[in-house]
Design a protein around this ligand. Sequence first.
Ligand code: ZN
Length: 408
Amino acid sequence: MKLARIGVTVVVLGLLSFAGYVAAAPRPVDQPPVASVTAALVAPAPWFRTERHEVSEGDTAGSILRAMGAPAAMLNAAGNGLDRLSIGDEILIDWREGEDQPFRLRLLHDPAFTFEIARTGDKYKSRQVPVPYVVEEMAAAVTVTSSLWEAATSVGFSPSQVINLAKIFEYDVDFNTELVEGAKFRLVLDRLTGDDGEQRVGDIRAAILDNGGKSFTAIRYRTSDGEVGWYAADGSARRKAFLRSPIEFSRVTSGFSSGRRHPILGTMRAHKGVDLAAPSGTPIRSVADGVVTQSGWAGGHGNHIELRHEGGYITGYSHLSSIGVKRGEKVRQGQLIGRVGSTGMSTGPHLHYEFMVNGVHKDPMKQIVPVTRPLPEAEKPAFLALRDEILPQLEGAKEITRDGNPGG
Ligand SMILES: [Zn+2]
């Protein structure tokens, strides 16, 4: 008990400094970069200035570098190092006083490596630089009061880490519509401290989500042949045949239109599905592996896709602005199949999502599709040992408040 208490104190102190890590707010690309002297924070005499850009939707390496005033030679030297930018990545460009070309670019994408393009003389060259850091395991609890984004970023999660957190539970909860106020995450995760003292959130090792009376436990486990997956406390795989929602959790998607009153007919009618409000163009993913049985215009449904899945399941997706699959095509779970729109009988952008079992419409949000793959017997002892070590940490995780103090 004593030991656990000390652990909690460390957690709270650590989270205090996470605030510094997320302080850089996303800046629209079309505005000129704002110069900031980060070196001054660690050394009294800055010898270069750093401009930062946080990658947001629609950015490309070219557009970011142009906006930051970097020369084309820098982009040319990138090779494929800037090909896979994620929302929330940071690009830092360093300038020396009196020079008209930056001497260095750093991409913060992977916590273990910095991708760097540096100038020697007139030439730019790129390389991967390992980031030395100390990993400490910690436990923390985060309560969602206004939004998952707000809650998770306030304790140091980057945008891509918030998405990853939601992904752990994407078989259980539709984070766009089903997360309730007061939902609580209890987490065991890595805290990374760099040479310069800068701290970041690393990987999540285990999580419990309490949401509106339902509780889900997820423990990350690496099998002896190196495969990493998420498992429930009893060792069953969390991955299920169906995703909870065809719309991935995102910052821009919010609200849930229960939509029982038909917006055009203006009357109550049997509503054979759910309406998921989302901006036009939002990606729609296949909730399960399957085959495309319909793809094209379908009257009031507008642009419409229907998929057939194993076990007598059919899912339908209506009012799309665009369709990305053809009839007869095989699709994988999570694959992009189209985009949200307002085609057919619809007054605003939303996805009408239908779920049929053996030809009968069902409420997709009430379906429980119990497909679990347990761990191989040989892996059980190691998994159970990890579980027994990590569950008490998870359950004892203390609430973090904005000022870094444990809450009541
Ligand atoms: Zn509908």
